[in-house]
Design a protein around this ligand. Structure first.
Ligand code: RFL
Ligand code: PHB
Length: 391
């Protein structure tokens, strides 16, 4: 097969890139190792920052957000006996939207199918080749077992943290940075109306807790747990009791309503960056190039921001052989990546219990400052609501 851009990975980065390229008249073929249903069902991110919403709306992907999304002015930050609301709209003039990654993925799949774009699901052994030439290709085995090859002008590595693209950059031509945190999140999805109008991030001596949501009838909640925690050690009652304690059930009359838990999983926390986000004609985007701990809600938004930069750059390369934007892509993308890496690390470090009592006092001092100083609050708001694409 021949196309303009061969894309590895049909997550949000890969499918949105295909959509943006198509709007610009550039063809692509997507190769995905998993089944379409598996990719669609993965429960991951829940918050879209304002520039992600603006971008999705501007390319015809805003109908679902309008119909089912929930615009939030800000978040609550709390510690025992105190809860404070940070109003991002007042602070920096931008809001965020509760709209789950499953919904973003469903919108992208619907757009891809309506346009008849080629996506090979259940593909195995995907591998990029000839990346240091101007005729790269991707080989794979399709769902029926047939060997396939896609010749392209460029390859986009949108295959997440464990795909082949990241590793296709030779060791002596890449730098990597990593931080593994000494705690994980136990996440649940529950069929119960959220007990809050906006997200609650709670510092607590027992560990961090968060109350998020997916809709008016579905809540998403998280608990800090030690690394290596088994889901089996957390029966439903234990989860609701811990959430009630950490989120402050009973404080100032606030109540956490428990409900039927429909999903439970443990999520390790990691920061990772690989640079450059390019090797010859291979361009990395989204989790393929970087990972953030979820506390800042940046993972999905960074993937969207990467492909918003990459699509016009690949357009210029394919149409005009103009390399100015592809040459600038990695440096431009990494500026935002490192800003979000810092913000995600900072939110994580401020809110999770490390076991060190000195750390706990520093965290409380920081939380008091962020919730009482207009400058402190605006700094958090600016980062959480998201910087403009191209920052
Ligand atoms: P994705 O979504 O991981 O998509 C990559 C796609 O590539 C496919 N793939 C391959 N395809 C072909 N051949 C191969 N050899 C392949 N290997 C992999 C995969 O099957 C997949 O479909 O990356 P993308 O598109 O860059 O999007 C990034 C976001 O998904 C990610 O940043 C966020 O979901 C991160 N994240 C969260 N972010 C938040 O902001 N809030 C959250 O609550 C949150 N929860 C999470 C998360 C990530 C998780 N992962 C990666 C384990 C929870 C989990 C469990
Ligand atoms: C979520 O709803 O899953 C979510 C929201 C905010 C975060 C992390 C996860 O910071």
């Amino acid at each position: 097969m021949r196309t303009d851009v061969a894309i590895i990975g049909a997550g949000p980065a890969g499918l949105l890139l295909a959509h943006l390229l198509a709007q610009d008249g550039i063809e692509s073929i997507v190769v995905e190792s998993r089944a379409k249903e598996y990719v669609a069902a993965r429960i991951r991110a829940g918050i879209l920052e304002s520039s992600s919403v603006d971008l999705l709306r501007s390319v015809g992907l805003g109908a679902g957000i309008e119909a089912q999304g929930d615009e939030h002015r800000g978040i609550y930050l709390q510690w025992p006996s105190e809860r404070h609301h940070l109003d991002f709209v007042d602070l920096v003039g931008r809001s965020v939207w509760v709209y789950g990654q499953t919904q973003v993925q469903a919108d992208l799949v619907a757009a891809s199918e309506a346009a008849g774009r080629q996506v090979y699901y259940d593909a195995s052994d995907a591998a990029p080749h000839h990346l240091d030439t101007d005729h790269p290709c991707v080989t794979f085995t399709d769902a029926g077992g047939a060997a396939q090859r896609i010749d392209a002008v460029a390859v986009a590595g949108c295959d997440g943290s464990f795909g082949p693209s990241r590793a296709a950059v030779p060791d002596d031509q890449r730098d990597t940075w990593e931080r593994v945190y000494p705690y994980s999140w136990l996440g649940i999805l529950a069929d119960v109306a959220p007990s809050t109008d906006e997200l609650i991030y709670a510092w607590h001596p027992d560990g961090f807790a968060m109350h998020s949501m997916r809709s008016a009838t579905v809540s998403r909640l998280y608990l800090q747990v030690p690394n290596g925690t088994a889901v089996a050690d957390w029966p439903d009652d234990r989860i609701w009791t811990a959430l009630a304690t950490r989120l402050g059930h009973g404080q100032d009359g606030w109540q956490l309503t428990p409900g039927l838990i429909t999903d439970k999983s443990v999520l390790p926390m990691r920061s990772f960056v690989q640079s450059p986000m390019r090797h010859g004609r291979l361009f990395l985007a989204g989790d393929a190039a970087h990972t953030v701990p979820p506390t800042g809600a940046k993972g999905l938004n960074l993937a969207i921001a990467d492909v918003a930069l990459l699509a016009p750059a690949l357009g210029d390369l394919v149409r005009k052989s103009d390399t100015a934007l592809v040459d600038a892509y990695s440096d431009t993308a990494l500026r935002r990546v490192w800003r979000c890496e810092h913000f995600s690390w900072w939110m994580t470090s401020m809110l999770h219990i490390s076991g060190d009592p000195f750390d706990a006092q520093l965290q409380l001092a920081q939380l008091r400052w962020v919730t009482s100083s207009a400058a402190g609050a605006a700094g958090l708001a600016e980062n959480y609501a998201g910087l403009p694409i191209g920052f």
